[in-house]
Design a protein around this ligand. Structure first.
Ligand code: NAD
Length: 304
């Protein structure tokens, strides 16, 4: 395994759970943690260091943004999170300012670094990072709807009574309210989902609704979500470190609409290797366009 130095910016719930997931996966050489709150960062490092005996990570320590900018993989989780009932887009103004400052203070960023955005609204934050990082766009992407797609696959698997790995189904578009499931291409072990005898249209509507609203439900119950996203981030790091070229729905730049949003993408050691042309029905194509336009409107209203 090549030396992997991973910087996590934002030692809050998502950042520290990500560090923990990476340490337990045994795929990291060194973890750098950065937070604007030094006391919190110090405490989290003390606590996480107790995991080192069970991990290949040689070290976990506090770093400056300049040092974080030299890491192999830089994960951005800094910023404010949703409160109960709040949409991700409502975080835009505050988090845009935070991410812009962080990008400036990390310069000059390691030209080979892979920058993974997690801070919400993640699609708009990914675009912001792409504009300020000074890296090729394929090296800067967002976790996008990867987590939503895993939620969708689990809900389908539970409905039908098969293992989650036997389900291929994606949520596309915004990691937010305009996302949609690409039902026309969804499969269970090669059988088109729409031909599956056990699933009615009402079941599909219910699954899509639950998937879209799961974050709101978790936040209403316990204040925030972090286990699922941390596990997703660790899987993304694994695909980069081992050049696995796995396919995930990730937030990448869309030339036509000038925004970042999620499509299936191949992830390897150089970042996004390519995106895959998932066939969409006419209705799904409309939903994709509507999602991209919603993001475009948020960006434009913010720019004014
Ligand atoms: P949190 O409040 O627990 O942690 C955020 C941390 O960022 C805090 O420790 C804070 O001190 C730090 N921070 C703020 N400004 C900073 C700066 N300028 N430099 C360095 N650190 C700074 O929040 P959380 O629950 O960990 O959520 C973090 C972000 O991740 C939120 O925007 C949340 O919406 C997002 N999130 C994304 C997904 C996803 O699927 N993309 C899932 C869950 C949460």
């Amino acid at each position: 395994m090549k030396h992997t130095k991973i910087a996590i910016i934002g030692a809050g719930r998502v950042g520290t759970t990500t560090a923990y997931a990476l340490m337990l996966k045994n795929i990291v050489g060194e973890i750098l943690l950065v937070d604007i709150d030094p006391q919190r960062c110090k405490g989290e490092i003390f606590d996480l260091a107790d995991t080192l005996s069970f991990s290949t990570a040689s070290n976990i320590h506090e770093a400056t943004l300049t040092q974080a900018g030299q890491a192999d993989i830089i994960i951005l989780t800094a910023g404010i999170a949703q409160k109960p009932g709040q949409s991700r887009t409502e975080l835009l103004n505050t988090n845009h300012a935070i991410i812009t400052d962080i990008m400036r203070d990390m310069q000059p960023i390691n030209k080979n670094a892979i920058l993974l955005m997690v801070t919400n609204p993640v699609d708009l934050m990914t675009l912001c990072a792409q504009e300020h990082a000074g890296l090729p766009r394929n090296q800067v992407f967002g976790s996008g709807t990867f987590l939503d797609s895993t939620r969708l696959q689990l809900a389908i698997a539970n409905s039908v009574g098969v293992a989650e790995e036997s389900v291929q189904a994606y949520i596309l578009g915004e990691h937010g309210d305009s996302q949609f499931p690409a039902w026309s291409s969804a499969q269970i072990s090669g059988i088109p989902l729409l031909k599956f005898p056990d699933l009615t249209e009402a079941d599909l509507l219910k699954i899509a609704h639950q998937t879209k609203n799961k974050a709101y439900d978790i936040i209403r119950c316990k204040g925030s979500t972090f286990f699922g996203i941390a596990t997703c981030i660790a899987a993304l790091c694994e695909s980069i470190i081992f050049n696995q070229k796995k396919v995930f729905t990730l937030s990448v730049f869309n030339q036509e609409f000038g925004v970042c949003l999620s499509v299936p993408a191949v992830l390897g050691e150089r970042g996004i290797e390519k995106t895959l042309p998932l066939p969409l029905s006419v209705e799904e194509q409309k939903q994709f366009t509507a999602s991209a336009q919603a993001l475009r409107r948020s960006k434009e209203s913010f720019d004014q």
